[in-house]
Structures are given as C-alpha cells and as structure tokens.
Design a binder for this molecule. Structure first.
Ligand SMILES: [Fe+2]
Length: 324
C-alpha cells in the first residue's frame, strides 16, 4: 500500500495549548475575516505545539505520507451550528469558526492559503455542503448523487497548490473521502515518457467558471523527477476514448494503480486533513445526502508552498486569488 495516512492526535496538554492560542486569536478584531486571518496565520502557527509543527514539517519535507490527518481537535465545543444552505463565503459578512481557524493554522505550516478568481470570487475558504440544485451535477463539490471521480485539486491550473486541506464540521451521512498516491507506480519507459509529454487534456471541474486563461489541451500528466514522478490529472473529466496506443495504456495503468491503492477516510467533526496534491488524487463516492441544517459540511483550503511563483497570475502582491 503506497497511500500512507499519518494520523496525529494532540495530547491533553497540546489541546490546552491549542485552545488558548485559538481563544487569543479569536479575541483579536478582524480574525474571523478569512482574508485578514490568513495574513496572520503563518505567524500564529509558530505558536502551535512543537511536536505538531515537527509532524507537519516532516510531512512536507520527506514526501513519505500521502495524507496527514489531525483528529480530536479542541474546536466546535458547542457543536458546529447549522450547515449552510448556500455559498456563504462570498458574503462580505462571512466569518470563520474556530475549526476553520485551526485548520488554517495547521495549513500555514505547509504553505500559503490561496484562492482562484474563477471559484467563488477568489475565496480562500470554500464550504462544501450538498445542495439539492447541484445533486446531479457530476464532479461538483455541492453534488452527492454521483461519484466525484479521482482528481488532483485544480489539476488544470499551472499554479495549483501542493496541499489540499479539508476540515470537517459534520458528516452524519458517513460519506467517505478517498485518496490514492502515485508512489510505486509501475510503467514501461515508453509509457512513462508519454505521460511526461504535453499530450493530454486536463479539464477544469464545474466549481471553476474559468475565463479560459489556462491552456487545458496540451498538458503532461507526470512531472518532477522521473524516478518518483508527481502527477496532475482530472480523471473525473477525462475521456479515455480520446487516447490510443501507448497513451491509452499508460493512462489505464495509472488509473488502475489509483484504484488499487485507494484509501477511504470517513471524516469526523473537528478532523483536519492535508493531502499531498502533487503525489495524490482524491475522490468522493456518491452518498445519500441529508439536505439542510444537518448536511455533511466540510471546508476546503488549498495551500501553496509559495506565493511568488504565482505572482504573474495575481493582480497584486496582496491578493491570494490566482487568475483562472
Ligand atoms: Fe477535489
């Protein structure tokens, strides 16, 4: 099994330390605002317990685990409140709860929270709740009735983030989040060469309403070092019939590898997970949604190891919204 999930539970003492840090942050004016908070998150994250900071650093540095899962976090002590019924993050009055703030602190140990102009007005935080209107839209984070197939988050975009973070407010439906890691992929030299070439289409998912600033038609699926390649693919929107010969064989092997190595995780309230978005694909199987106040509720933030590399795609130094 190549999809290693590293699990972390803060000790009683660490929970106290985390809780007092959160209380301090939440007393500071403006920290419920996602954009103001994210400017301070990297600073405050240095005050998380050292053992936890070390685990995040090793996750980033060693590239051994596919996922880092932190459970039993000292947040949502009075429950999560009702699940939202719309995309609340685009409201100027939108405020973060303590679970999202802690998730942002953890993620800031890996990188900078970013958004895309094509997705909910560049919002950094995206709430994921099944919405009736979206239930039958394939590959949508608001969907539920249809499987959401394997994909790298924002696979189509050259500035996609290295880490995908999710925090769970509620998952009474026990919907599984599935992750699979490319480590250990077996390909012939010819198949591998093909996947490293600009021969594939990588489409965006419906959550992005792109203005076609990104070239999607001639992309490589693999990149990085050829001995331990990184991957970008949106299998959820890929039509295998468009490929023949070595390209088709290579894609089929890759998808088979992901099927064989998939790990399903049932997120519980307060769980924070971080997926290596260079080495892993993720998916969500279809589920029977509880619509309304008790619906499955996650929030997603993606973390890029650096903001400078996307500077040409951001309209100002200050913004975290990447043009798409
Ligand atoms: Fe996703």
């Amino acid at each position: 099994m190549t999809t290693v999930v590293k699990k972390l539970v803060p000790s009683a003492q660490e929970k106290q330390q985390i809780r007092s840090l959160l209380d301090e942050i939440m007393k500071e004016p403006g920290m419920g605002n996602q954009y103001l908070f994210m400017e301070k998150a990297a600073l405050y994250a240095q005050e998380l317990p050292r053992r936890i900071r070390e685990e995040f650093y090793q996750f980033k540095r060693r590239e051994e685990s596919a996922v880092l899962l932190v459970s039993e976090n000292p947040v949502l002590l009075n429950g999560a409140g009702p699940s939202p019924s719309k995309h609340i993050e685009i409201d100027p009055e939108y405020r973060l709860n303590d679970a999202k703030i802690l998730h942002g602190l953890y993620g800031s140990l890996l990188g900078e929270g970013i958004g895309f102009t094509s997705q909910r007005e560049g919002s950094i935080y995206n709430n994921i709740v099944p919405l009736k209107d979206y239930s039958k839209i394939p590959n949508s984070s608001g969907g539920s009735n249809l499987d959401f197939g394997f994909h790298v988050e924002d696979a189509f975009h050259p500035a996609r983030a290295e880490y995908l973070g999710l925090v769970c407010m509620r998952n009474d439906e026990c919907a599984a989040t599935t992750v699979s890691c490319i480590d250990g992929i077996e390909l012939t030299p010819e198949e591998k060469r093909a996947l490293f070439e600009l021969r594939f289409k990588i489409s965006h998912n419906p959550i992005h309403s792109t203005s076609n600033v990104v070239e999607e038609t001639s992309q490589a699926i693999l990149f990085g070092h050829e001995d331990m390649p990184y991957v970008k693919i949106n299998a959820a929107r890929m039509n295998l019939d468009e490929y023949q010969g070595v390209e088709r064989r290579a894609l089929e092997k890759l998808l088979h590898h992901f099927e064989q190595n998939r790990v399903a995780m049932m997120l519980k309230p307060t769980d924070c997970i971080f997926v290596d978005n260079y080495r892993c694909v993720h998916a969500r199987d279809s589920f029977e949604a509880n619509y309304g106040e008790g619906a499955r509720w996650l929030a997603r933030v993606v973390f890029a190891s650096n903001l400078r590399k996307s500077r040409t795609m951001r309209d100002s130094v200050a913004t975290r919204a990447i043009n798409a």
